[in-house]
Design a protein around this ligand. Structure first.
Ligand code: HEC
Ligand code: HEC
Length: 309
């Protein structure tokens, strides 16, 4: 991944910012010097500047105290050194090539090394054993709160709002029918399936209605048998992704349509909408940013949510 300077900072802004920065520093040096060249001659008194405020508050034009002045010069030297070493002068990366992204990665690696030690022992355990282990469950729950609850809810029951997040506490699964390794794969690699809009391919609303009835029949729901038979004849359009038997295809995140798990809708009109308009769900992959040990604990935790039912 490239965390570098965004592309929209083109050459113009690079020079614009760099030149303003340099002019400011030169300007400050000039200003400091202009304020400090005057010294009091022997015996000369500082002048009283008019006016006098609040009765007795007077201002004298003494030169700046030396220590104060040197502090300013020190700060100027510091800022120049900073701009040489660190990014700050337009696009110039600084001679140490420091980036906040690297600093973050290093800090993350340090913290991961420290904490992963406690997750590691569970990696060797079977997922069902992880799900049954109270300590693993407790850790998994904390991880779930941190990384998953924004979408799946703090109780894992999901949400049906503007976006749909499946319930993880029931025994119904979109992918893999509850197989522990499939759950782990859902978490590790995500489920970014896209169901294409097939309204035209199936022959419009009428064809969608037939297929919807066939889909309902797959999971044993009430349906119209004549329509379902007509839908069965068109199933080839769907079989490439959902399988000849409708049990889905994990590799392309096409869900199992033969169980009671529905992400969008298990009604005739809802399934028709899925067929006609298509759907695009999004479970982001977690392996890269969490690492396998945490994914393993999370899979165990998710498994325990439904196993207790
Ligand atoms: C950005 C929202 C989001 C986040 C964060 C997220 N999920 Fe998901 N998750 C989803 C969506 C949406 C689906 C359904 C996938 C689809 O559309 O096909 C899903 C599906 C799943 C499934 C498959 C369920 C099934 O029925 O087969 C599992 C398991 C899962 N998520 C676990 C997790 C865990 C554990 C985490 C935390 C590491 C997590 N998810 C984080 C949105 C999210
Ligand atoms: C190119 C592959 C592909 C084809 C072809 C395809 N689907 Fe899908 N279908 C998917 C994917 C992937 C999803 C999951 C979308 C998501 O997670 O948001 C899906 C989701 C669905 C759902 C939603 C299930 C739920 O839980 O709400 C239904 C119903 C469905 N498909 C039926 C069909 C039917 C009927 C056909 C044939 C007309 C068909 N699909 C053709 C890939 C496909």
């Amino acid at each position: 991944m490239n965390y570098g300077m965004p592309d929209f900072i083109g050459e113009f802004w690079h020079y614009y910012i760099a030149i303003i920065t340099v002019i400011s520093i030169v300007g400050i040096i000039w200003f400091l010097k202009s304020q400090t060249t005057r010294k009091l001659a022997a015996g000369e008194q500082a002048e009283l500047m008019a006016p006098t405020w609040d009765g007795d508050l007077q201002e004298l034009n003494n030169p700046l105290p030396r220590w104060w002045l040197y502090m300013f010069y020190f700060l100027i030297v510091f800022s120049i050194a900073y701009l040489v070493l660190y990014p700050g002068l337009g696009k110039f990366a600084g001679s140490w090539s420091w980036t906040s992204a690297d600093a973050y990665q290093q800090e993350k690696a340090r913290v991961d090394a420290q904490f992963n030690a406690q997750f590691q022992p569970f990696l060797g355990m079977d997922l069902k054993a992880v799900a049954a282990d109270p300590k693993a469950r407790e850790m998994g729950e904390r991880l779930f709160m941190a990384y998953c609850s924004t979408c799946h809810g703090t109780d894992g029951k999901g949400a049906k709002s503007s976006r749909l997040f499946p319930n993880l506490t029931d025994n119904e699964w979109l992918f893999g029918g509850g197989d522990p390794e499939a759950i782990k794969a859902s978490i590790a690699y995500g489920r970014l399936g896209e169901m294409p809009a097939l309204g035209d391919a199936v022959g419009g609303e009428a064809g969608a209605k037939e297929l919807a009835n066939y889909v309902l029949s797959l999971s044993g729901k009430p349906h119209d048998t004549n329509l379902a038979a007509a839908g069965r004849a068109k199933w080839a359009i769907c079989a490439g992704c959902h399988g000849e038997d409708g049990k889905g295809n994990l590799a392309i995140s096409a869900p199992d349509l033969t169980d009671q798990a529905w992400l969008y809708s298990g009604t005739e009109s809802g399934i028709m909408e899925t067929i006609v308009k298509g759907r695009k769900g999004g479970m982001p992959a977690q392996l890269e940013h969490l690492g396998e040990a945490k994914v393993h604990l999370l899979a165990g935790y998710v498994l325990s949510l439904s196993a207790s039912k």
